[in-house]
Design a protein around this ligand. Structure first.
Ligand code: PLP
Ligand code: COI
Length: 344
């Protein structure tokens, strides 16, 4: 049970933005090993001008959240899966993985140290946790660094999309997010660097996100810039795209379990053709930041795919999924074994 009161912030007004908090965790990798790690107060990082991260973008990151539950505890959601995914990202980027058990301990430590920044239960805000790792020593020929920095910062956030649970409009992108056999399935910083140009353009055109199709054939649904996609069929089945080049979202994997085991729904994790999208009745984006954001319309080069759930509110099935998942996360519903990690 947390006895530290949350800070006096206007929690309900928070957007998805960075705000420095009191402590961050840092561990350094040098001479072939990770040091013991510690909490520090300085939010700034000083690096050599030729650090590998600056030259060749050797970086990966994670995103998870801490919540205050109904009964006053501070918890986070399935941090072991973030630890494993960051391990996989590191391997693909020739970085030394940060040990999975130490990752979870470091998350607990940094959240505990910033307890006052965990928003109150029911405020609509959460504490976003951003672990990341960079190649930190100088490199000029193209090769991996020998030294690394693993850090975790935390920052209180509100909804990722303006309007919270209101349906958004997204567009089919003319750009590609991930190549076949590329890095789409890991959380590499470079995947997001390439998405900056298309997201700025999409925002200028009034769209909330880009929907990417498979770059090989442009016929299959992949995901958006920062979330996986879910669809609901007329008969209430949850359908979610399967592809080797999308990020294996922890929210999506959790939702599939919740749909099947809590709500008795049929779940299909399979290739989804873009041509079948108009047949679905509800659509949503799912991820740590997005939670589940309903999609009202998809704009395909001026042609609109409008979902039956409309632009006013979440469709009924996505609402049920949302209520169940957030109920588990905030302690209103019993969680499956191992999903909730208690911090206090
Ligand atoms: N897809 C992309 C590209 C993302 O950046 C994210 C965010 O982490 C997700 C999906 C959702 O993943 P998760 O549910 O693990 O946060
Ligand atoms: C997350 O959901 O944690 C992400 O990393 C997505 C990012 C686009 C904010």
């Amino acid at each position: 049970m947390s006895v530290v009161e949350p800070k006096n912030l206007d929690w309900g007004k928070l957007g998805f933005a960075y705000m420095p908090t009191d402590y961050r965790y840092v561990s350094y990798y040098k001479d072939g090993k990770w040091d013991d790690g510690q909490l520090v107060t300085d939010p700034n990082v000083t690096l050599n001008e030729c650090a590998c991260v600056f030259q060749y973008s050797q970086s990966c990151f994670e995103g998870l959240k801490a919540y205050r539950t109904k009964d006053g505890h501070i918890v986070c959601f399935r941090p072991d899966l973030n630890a494993q995914r960051m391990h996989d990202s590191a391997v693909r980027l020739e970085m030394p993985p940060f040990p999975v058990d130490r990752f979870v301990e470091a998350v607990k430590q940094v959240v505990k140290a910033n307890e006052a920044w965990v928003p109150p239960y029911g405020s609509g805000a959460t504490l976003y946790i951003r672990p990341y790792m960079i190649g930190s020593n100088s490199v000029i020929g193209v090769k991996p660094a020998d030294e690394y920095m693993f850090r975790i910062l935390v920052t209180p956030v509100g909804p990722y999309f303006k309007g919270g649970a209101k349906p958004i409009v997204i567009k089919v992108s003319d750009y590609d997010r991930a190549a076949p056999h590329g890095t789409g399935n890991i959380k590499a910083g470079l995947n997001y660097a390439m998405s900056l140009y298309p997201i700025v353009k999409a925002h200028e055109e009034g769209f909330a996100e880009n929907m990417y199709l498979d770059s090989g054939t442009r016929t299959k649904v992949e995901e958006t810039g920062g979330a996986n996609m879910i669809f609901i069929t007329k008969d209430g089945t949850l359908v979610t795209p399967k592809s080797d080049s999308i990020l294996p979202s922890i929210t999506r994997r959790s939702l599939c379990y919740v749909a099947e085991h809590y709500l008795g729904m049929k779940v299909e994790h399979r290739e989804v053709l873009f041509s079948e999208v108009p047949n679905f009745v509800e659509c949503g984006l799912c991820g740590t930041a997005a939670v589940i954001s309903p999609v009202g319309k998809i704009n395909d080069h001026g042609k609109e795919i409008c979902f039956a759930s409309g632009m006013e509110k979440m469709g009924p099935t996505i609402q049920k999924l949302y209520d169940t998942l957030t109920g588990i996360q905030m302690g209103r519903l019993e969680a499956p074994e191992g999903w909730i990690c208690k911090i206090d």
